[in-house]
Design a protein around this ligand. Structure first.
Ligand SMILES: NC(=O)c1ccc[n+]([C@@H]2O[C@H](COP(=O)([O-])OP(=O)(O)OC[C@H]3O[C@@H](n4cnc5c(N)ncnc54)[C@H](O)[C@@H]3O)[C@@H](O)[C@H]2O)c1
Length: 444
């Protein structure tokens, strides 16, 4: 069936998902170990992939009366869970089983049932810089060298991982700690400047950018799960386009921001006003410890604050949203471990300006919410690569707190618009009719 909307792009030819997909992950902490342990448990029938759109969600094709809603994983040639093989880097030497025990997200009785594959995953030596992540350090680091030397060592790692595992394709996703806040600098302007900066050890180039450079140079898609600057710099976008590689980011949209992007569009759709939104969190995992550093927190804060403003569009609705007082706090509180508690107090107003309040107390599990996002992003980035899509993958905004967009374009934060965009992109990939929800044909 032909595509029927204004999209002028022809239906792409999607190459089949043949062979193994090698999944490369800088950072083997709570999120990574929870995702890998979950995949191994699901493969053995010990758990369900709850929260994963690629594994559980259906996609409607044609009219509502057609009753044709296959699962996404049956509709498109996605890599299967049995075809995934994992490679990680970390500054700690713990294997994936030990790191998962340390993270304390999944209980030991479950981890013991997937101990063998987890123990086999040993992290490669990391490219690390304590100027970028301040609260932690570890022994498993690459020998000293220039930033270009480190990029080349990572490219060697990528090559030998691919050979060792017999992977036919690769996909990389950053699940390492949040780096301190940086804005793009002169060294990020062009690829030439960036490569020169790698040679000269420019202080503005972060470890995550060295991983991203190594991935893109090797033709490997790169997704950024943390809020810091990485591929959202002109030089790396240029490299992604040049090498025909998809990129996306940034910062997984999980607990509190997920709730925000569910609630705010709902309140706005009914034209209810908001005067204040106060969000505070306590969490006690290693992520929380790193975020206790003001530089890393600044990266997170910028990413968390951006969503509300874009959803509410105060410039279009000044009477409702002009002066929203929006505050976000994260407090490191070790007793909670990975079980975060996020409170939101929302001051709203309705008819004739009468005030009301909404309180949310979300007792969430950070890594349990993030793990299915990592899996989906790996599979969708590999799909995008096989569909010949390159550069920023805006259709994956659904997964991010601060989605990357083309320069000059505002990011779409409304979760439901993001989901529609994601599913329409999947329909487009297969030449199916896009769904506009106009629905007049049912009333002729
Ligand atoms: N719900 C969520 O959990 C969630 C949501 C959004 C974003 N994130 C982001 O995802 C990332 C991972 O979260 P987590 O809870 O697993 O954190 P974590 O602290 O448990 O794990 C991060 C790991 O990265 C390692 N690391 C740091 N710098 C590295 C480097 N240069 N190279 C290789 N390894 C490095 C650390 O040693 C650590 O083991 C964080 O940046 C976090 O902010 C998480």
């Amino acid at each position: 069936m032909p595509v029927n909307d204004s999209s002028s792009s022809a239906t792409p030819k999607v190459a089949p998902a043949e062979g193994k997909l090698g999944v490369l992950i800088p950072g083997m902490g709570a999120v990574t170990t929870t995702m890998i342990a979950g995949v191994e448990a699901i493969k053995r029938g010990l758990a369900q992939p709850i929260g994963s759109v690629t594994q559980l969600s259906t996609i409607r094709l044609g009219k509502r009366t057609d009753n044709n809603s296959p699962k996404i994983k049956d509709f498109l040639p996605l890599a299967g869970l049995n075809d995934l093989t994992f490679g990680t880097w970390d500054i700690y030497e713990d294997n994936c089983y030990e790191a998962a025990i340390h993270a304390g997200v999944i209980e030991k009785t479950m981890l013991d049932q997937v101990k063998e594959p987890l123990q086999a995953i040993k992290p490669m030596k990391a490219v690390f810089d304590s100027e970028y992540v301040k609260r932690i350090t570890g022994p498993n680091q690459k020998p000293k060298g220039s930033k270009m030397d480190h990029a080349e060592m990572l490219m060697d790692d990528i090559r030998s991982f691919k050979e060792r595992t017999g992977s036919s394709r690769l996909s990389m996703i950053w699940c390492g700690s949040t780096e301190v806040f940086h804005r793009p600098a002169a060294v990020h302007a062009t690829l030439k400047d960036f490569e020169c900066g790698l040679q000269k050890n420019d202080a503005e180039i972060s470890p995550s950018q060295i991983y991203a450079y190594a991935a893109l140079k090797s033709g490997v898609p790169y997704a950024n799960g943390a809020p810091h600057l990485t591929v959202d710099a002109p030089a790396l976008m240029e490299l992604a386009r040049e090498r025909q590689v998809p990129i996306c980011g940034k910062d997984f949209k999980t607990g509190q921001t997920l709730m925000k992007t569910i609630l705010a569009p709902g309140l706005k759709s009914r034209m209810l006003g908001i005067s204040g939104w106060f969000s505070t969190n306590i969490l006690g995992n290693r992520d929380g410890e790193v975020l206790d550093d003001p530089g890393s927190f600044k990266s997170k804060e910028e990413s968390k604050l951006s969503a509300l403003d874009q959803i509410l569009q105060p410039e279009l609705y000044p009477d409702l949203y002009k002066d929203v007082y929006h505050k976000v706090r994260i407090n490191y509180y070790p007793p909670r471990g990975d079980s975060k508690e996020g409170w939101d107090n929302i001051d709203i107003f309705g008819w004739m300006g009468y005030p009301m309040q909404i309180k949310i107390d979300f007792l969430c599990r950070d890594s349990i919410l993030a793990a299915p996002l990592v899996l989906d992003l790996i599979l969708f980035m590999d799909l995008a690569q096989r569909a010949g899509m390159r550069g920023i993958q805006e259709w994956l905004s659904f997964y991010f707190k601060a989605p990357m967009t083309a320069p000059g374009l505002y990011a779409e934060h409304d979760l439901f618009i993001q989901l529609m965009k994601l599913k329409n992109t999947l329909r487009w990939m297969k030449g199916e009719q896009l769904i506009t929800h106009l629905g007049l044909e049912y009333y002729d």
